[in-house]
Design a protein around this ligand. Structure first.
Ligand SMILES: Nc1ncnc2c1ncn2[C@@H]1O[C@H](COP(=O)(O)OP(=O)(O)OP(=O)(O)O)[C@@H](O)[C@H]1O
Ligand SMILES: [Mg+2]
Length: 532
């Protein structure tokens, strides 16, 4: 509850332990064994932030946070013990918006594939380093080509495009083995089979929709139903991580404010760091460090502080440690580490206290005005003002449907994105290929025709040459013949003349000897002699 502008968390005899709103962005830790009181402490904090007008986000892992929309009950013993009624404590219900990645127990919470980004998506898809690199390149290609990646359909279309036109992309982006692309595709299909495709699409969550207050100015308590989600630790933690990075990317720098702009509770935080690469752990550490100056406080809730990497743990200024058991030497080591993370109170042993704490009791240390951790105190956390536990379905349904957010996010829309764009590109490519094929056929036909024409011209030219040669030969022959015939005419005439004269003489002689026979004979013999 809020007292004098500060969050009263716990009481011990006369002592009151406060969380200072201006130090609430220095993050926090709520740790403790099962049943030790972590969830109730989270509720107490969330209620106080809401009362101060600070919206919160929390994941309801066991379904026992939904009751925040109802007034509490049954806390009389604690109320009395700490005289809380006199302090203004009363049972209250709080404004809440229910969200659900599966869209059943809350308003559908979605993001787009591109907003999730390749690093977090690789984690969800369980990709190895090589596949993760390929996915990063695929995102770059999509970006450069203006192909929007909204849902898993878009992602599959993109992967198919890269696989089908592998060589085209290899030159600019390096070789992406089709086997690796297929492996990524299979992971996407497997995510779809598990119903994971429902988280991706539009309308995607506008993170500023978490920053709402009700008509009384109380901060909205955004409750993510994580009952089904917790079965898939990677998906659950990656989504929360995505939200954190969205907050980080979208909020402006504000420095230290009088109270945070928003508080983010990360329940079952050990899941966040389970099977997480060093690179991602470093990123989480960086986001946690930097988000502070954006006015966002992050509170990790986990069984054992050792579940959280040292680099992150060191940044959690406000700590509430509930009971831890120490049955084994390993347990004892964990308790020792938890105890040593506190500023020792000389009046008791932190190590012993952690093992002795009762339900709803904790070893607590928050930051003082100067940002220095206070000496730890052992105290009882206040009871919650709202109901511990769940709510029935019809009540939940009413709250969901009456939320203004329901009208914004209930129905998915399938906007024009990579799937449609690549389909069009495919049709275009096919048309272009067809056109190119036709052009090639035309070009070949033209080439053939030209070759035929050339051949015909060559043949004609050759024929002409041959004709000319023959002509020349004929002329030469004619000349030759002409020369011969001149010669033969000459010789013929001479012969004839000689023959005639000789014949005449011989005729005369023949006549004398025997008439015409003798003349003919004489002409024939002399003619033949000259002709041959
Ligand atoms: N501050 C408190 N005031 C009153 N009752 C409390 C308080 N803290 C815890 N309790 C009681 O203890 C029960 C268990 O607490 P809680 O559910 O917070 O444990 P938890 O540490 O979250 O356990 P788990 O790890 O199983 O989730 C509560 O249902 C409530 O009855
Ligand atoms: Mg709990």
């Amino acid at each position: 509850m809020v007292k004098n502008g500060k969050i009263l968390i716990a009481k011990a005899d006369e002592k009151e332990l406060f969380l200072l709103p201006k130090m609430a962005n220095r993050h926090g830790l709520i740790a403790g064994a099962t049943g030790s009181g972590k969830t109730v402490t989270l509720k107490v904090l969330a209620e106080s932030f809401s009362e101060m007008g600070v919206p919160v986000f929390l994941a309801d892992v066991k379904g026992d946070l939904a009751g925040m929309v109802c007034e509490g009950s049954g806390m009389e013993e604690r109320i009395e013990k700490f005289g809380l009624s006199d302090e203004g404590f009363s049972y209250k219900k709080f404004p809440a918006t229910f969200w659900d990645l599966y869209g059943k127990n809350g308003i559908q919470l979605r993001t787009t594939v591109s907003e999730m980004g390749p690093i977090l998506l690789s984690r969800i898809l369980g990709l190895n380093d090589l596949q993760s690199d390929i996915l990063t390149i695929a995102f770059r290609i999509a970006d450069e080509n203006g192909w929007f990646l909204f849902d898993t359909k878009d992602l599959k279309a993109l992967l198919n495009e890269l696989s089908n036109n592998n060589k085209d992309y290899a030159e600019e982006y390096g070789k992406m083995s089709p086997q690796s692309i297929s492996a990524i595709l299979r992971s996407v299909v497997s995510l779809e089979t598990q119903g994971g495709d429902i988280f991706f699409g539009e309308p995607a969550l506008n993170i500023t929709d978490f920053f709402k207050t009700d008509t009384d100015g109380r901060g909205m308590i955004n409750i993510l139903d994580a009952q089904g989600l917790i079965g898939n630790g990677i998906l659950y933690s990656t989504f929360l991580l995505w939200m954190l990075s969205e907050l980080f990317e979208n909020l402006p720098e504000v420095g230290d404010l009088e109270k945070p702009k928003m508080v983010f509770f990360f329940d079952e935080a050990h899941l966040l760091f389970k099977d997480t690469s060093k690179a991602l752990t470093d990123k989480i550490e960086q986001v946690v460090k930097l988000i502070r100056s954006k006015g966002v406080g992050v509170y990790f809730i986990t069984q054992n502080p050792k579940d959280i990497p040292d680099g992150v743990l060191a940044q959690l200024g406000n700590k509430i440690q509930h009971a831890l058991h120490a049955y084994t030497p390993a347990d004892q080591k964990a308790v020792k580490a938890a105890a040593e993370s506190f500023r020792e109170n000389p009046s008791f042993s932190t190590f012993d206290a952690i093992m002795e704490l009762g339900t709803g009791e904790g070893v607590i240390s928050c930051l003082d005005e100067g940002g220095i951790p206070c000496i730890c105190e052992r105290a009882y956390v206040l009871p919650p003002m709202s109901r511990i536990g769940g709510i029935d379905d019809s009540m939940r349904d009413n709250i969901i449907k009456s939320s203004i957010m329901y009208s914004v996010y209930a129905n998915a829309v399938d906007n024009d994105s990579a799937f449609e764009m690549l389909k069009r590109k495919g049709i275009l490519d096919a048309k272009e290929a067809e056109k190119a094929k036709e052009e090639e056929a035309l070009r070949k036909a033209k080439e053939k025709e030209e070759a035929a024409q050339l051949k015909a011209q060559q043949r004609a030219a050759e024929a002409e040459i041959r004709r000319e040669e023959r002509e020349k030969e004929r002329e030469a022959a004619a000349k030759k013949r002409a020369a011969k015939s001149v010669a033969s005419t000459l010789t013929g005439t001479v012969g004839r003349e000689v023959g005639k004269n000789f014949g005449k003489s011989f005729g005369k002689f023949g006549k004398t000897l025997g008439g015409n026979i003798g003349a003919s004979l004489g002409r024939g013999i002399i003619g033949t002699l000259f002709k041959s």
